[in-house]
Design a protein around this ligand. Structure first.
Ligand SMILES: O=c1ccn([C@@H]2O[C@H](COP(=O)(O)O)[C@@H](O)[C@H]2O)c(=O)[nH]1
Length: 360
């Protein structure tokens, strides 16, 4: 980690801490101020859309043991076996190398315009242990560039398993600044994560109203005697978890995922969760527009952060990335799209003298 934003350098909620990081939401707001807008670069490595210049071919069987990328190390699973690595293993390693090479080009280029990255873990999980290697390296690179790291893992489980997930994603080598979670298993399932908010400067984003159209099948179900939609019940619960966790600060580090495709609900959710920071996915490829999201933000771009993946990474066209343009040019294109979105967001929220949200 470098730069002016103190990141969480010490890990382990109960281990001997070397340095207690400042609350996640404070680091987020500092980063937003430094970069000029509340924007995260969504890192979703859709393999079929990563430009050809970053592609890595499967390493030949004779070269097993990861000699193809010395950074993979020699102690990796499969190294030193008598049988050659399977084609599938070699293909996965090639995918992981592609992901990392791509990230190494685009992250430094886009870093001046974004407060952090939201890394979609699913793509890395798909590539097996090599994907875990690429994920770890990518998160480390982002930190070196002074970027916050939000891992989009969307977990939720019984407390004993939730504790392992919290260790996996928020401690140790990955040590994300924040993660996304499903809140459906209730308070005890969140406790291992909330503990790290209280003691280790971590942040959470709990899914309240996701961006996909199907989300309303459940989230808008009427509940109780009044027929109140489920997302409202959930929003109140998230606000209560936030208050119980770090209620003494103006903004909580317990956040909520609110789809940027739901501008019709943003103002209402802001009222229900006055000190809960929003993560707003769904801009661009899913049809959301930043210009409709003003109600999510407080002055200085506080209180919410937009994340956009495909529209910034690959542009709006859906055609595959043909051509042979060099990596530096491909990275410049990502940076230019990130800057354009950053500027649109800045125009919407940074200069505006929007009033601080009053608790309802
Ligand atoms: O409600 C949600 C929660 C998470 N996501 C994730 O955000 C990105 C969006 O990618 P785009 O390419 O910008 O559409 C992706 O990782 C989703 O898993 C979401 O879209 N909606």
């Amino acid at each position: 980690m470098s730069g002016a934003i103190p990141n969480a350098g010490s890990h382990g909620a109960s281990g001997a801490a070397t340095l207690r990081p400042s609350p996640y939401v404070e680091r987020l707001h500092q980063a937003v101020e430094a970069k000029g807008a509340p924007l995260l670069l969504g890192l979703d490595p859709h393999l079929d859309r990563i430009p050809a210049c970053f592609r890595s071919r499967p390493w030949p069987a004779a070269g097993r043991g990861d000699a193809g990328d010395p950074r993979m190390g020699t102690g990796t699973p499969g190294a030193g076996r008598s049988r050659p690595d399977s084609q599938e293993t070699r293909a996965r390693r090639a995918v992981a190398r592609t992901y990392l090479r791509w990230a190494e080009a685009i992250l430094p280029a886009a870093a001046p315009y974004v407060a952090g990255v939201k890394i979609q873990a699913a793509f890395y999980e798909e590539a097996g242990w090599a994907g875990a290697w690429a994920l770890e390296r990518t998160a480390a690179l982002a930190r070196e560039l002074g970027l916050l790291v939000v891992l989009d893992v969307k977990r939720g489980d019984v407390p004993s398993t939730a504790a392992a997930y919290a260790r996996a994603w928020l401690d140790g080598p990955l040590g994300a600044d924040a993660v996304t979670l499903h809140p459906w298993l209730g308070s005890d399932s969140l406790e291992p994560f909330l503990e790290r908010v209280r003691t280790n400067g971590r942040g959470l984003y709990l899914l309240v109203l996701p961006s996909n159209p199907g989300a309303s099948e459940l989230q808008e179900l009427p509940t109780g005697a009044t027929g109140e939609p489920l997302y409202r019940v959930l929003a109140r619960r998230v606000a209560a978890w936030a208050d119980a966790t770090d209620g003494d600060s103006p903004w909580s580090s317990v956040g909520a995922v609110v789809g940027a495709t739901r501008p019709d609900r943003v103002a209402e959710l802001r009222r229900l969760m006055p000190r809960v920071p929003f993560l707003l996915p769904g801009v661009g490829a899913q049809g959301g527009r930043v210009e409709t999201l003003g109600a999510a933000f407080s002055s200085g771009g506080r209180g919410a952060v937009v994340t956009a993946s495909r529209s910034v990474l690959f542009g709006d066209g859906l055609s595959p990335p043909g051509g042979t343009r060099p990596a530096v040019e491909a990275a410049r294109e990502v940076a230019s799209r990130a800057k354009e979105l950053r500027d649109r967001l800045a125009a919407l929220v940074m200069g505006h003298d929007g009033e601080e949200v009053e608790p309802s």
